[in-house]
Ligand binder design. Structure first.
Ligand code: MF3
Ligand code: CO
Length: 280
């Protein structure tokens, strides 16, 4: 479908504020990932994010968003995304996706969002789960690398899908949930699909910021939403994985705002030239 809506183009100064939000998100996800261990509750992980927000004078993106009741999403095993933190205890062998968004306000009072997700394991990962997370993360980075000025939006989804389809296992890719534009709001147009042919959709221009977020399952990609109206689970009970970053399109290549090094190390390893990734 073609959208005539105008995309929000950020100035370099505005991207720098989004970078601050991205670093808050990275710090929180890093601290949460380090804290994941058997016996911790998903609510404990939410509390860690609250502390990081306080320390950085930042605000949560998710809390109150369409009534969402928490600061992070914690999705365990067959939960794909939007799991609500609570008294649930994590156990050895669980695969856990943590999704977090933060808002940093500029000197005009305008808030700017960052949004990212990681998948971690409690204790040792099975080979199957480790492969799922590896392919999802590689697909994410292929998508981020495709966020090139002058390219087209669907180049990102095509890159994501290409990595998932190249794997020896027939993984599922969620179609009902997508990435999104991001900036003054967490969710802005355009939707960023995780599949499809390249070369379609809007031309990517410097100043666009996108959240790229592949959601991949070991089995079928069909999902249900639980009674809590949020938690997205696989219909077949298969395990799922979610990795996400916020990336800015610049004239010097993609800048991964929610990665502490801007994506420099990963892009270098991939052979992707992106001077923008080495900013700050
Ligand atoms: N990263 C998720 C997304 O982009 C976060 C949304 S959770 C919500 O859709 F609770 F805020 F909706
Ligand atoms: Co998102």
């Amino acid at each position: 479908m073609r959208s005539a809506r105008k995309l929000e183009v950020k100035t370099p100064e505005q991207l720098r504020v989004m970078r601050r939000a991205g670093l808050v998100v990275a710090a929180a996800l890093n601290r949460i990932a380090q804290s994941v261990q058997p016996g911790i509750t998903t609510a404990d992980l939410d509390a860690i994010a609250v502390s990081v927000l306080r320390e950085n004078d930042a605000a949560p993106s998710f809390l109150g968003y369409h009534g969402y009741p928490a600061v992070v999403c914690v999705s365990v095993n067959d939960e794909v995304v939007h799991g609500i933190p609570g008294p649930r205890t994590l156990h050895d062998g669980d695969i856990v996706s943590i999704d977090f968004g933060a808002i940093v306000t500029d000197n005009r009072g305008q808030g700017w969002h960052g949004d990212a997700a990681v998948t971690v394991f409690v204790g040792e990962a099975s080979a199957e789960d480790a492969a799922l997370s590896d392919v999802t993360r590689s697909a994410l980075w292929a998508g981020l690398a495709a966020a090139q000025a002058g390219g087209r939006l669907s180049d990102i989804g095509a890159a994501v899908e290409g990595v998932v389809r190249a794997a020896p296992h027939p993984y599922g890719i969620l179609a009902d949930y997508t990435g999104h534009g991001i900036g003054t709001q967490m969710h802005l147009p355009p939707s960023v699909e995780n599949f499809g042919p390249a070369g379609r959709g809007p031309v990517l221009q410097p100043g666009l910021a996108l959240a790229v977020e592949p959601m991949v399952t070991i089995g079928s990609p069909d999902t249900d939403v639980l009674e809590d109206d949020w938690t997205v689970v696989t219909q077949d009970g298969s395990r799922a994985c979610h990795w996400e970053h916020t990336v800015a399109v610049t004239s010097e290549g993609p800048w991964v705002l929610t990665e502490p090094d801007g994506g420099a190390a990963m892009f270098a390893a991939m052979g992707v030239d992106s001077p923008a990734a080495s900013r700050d």
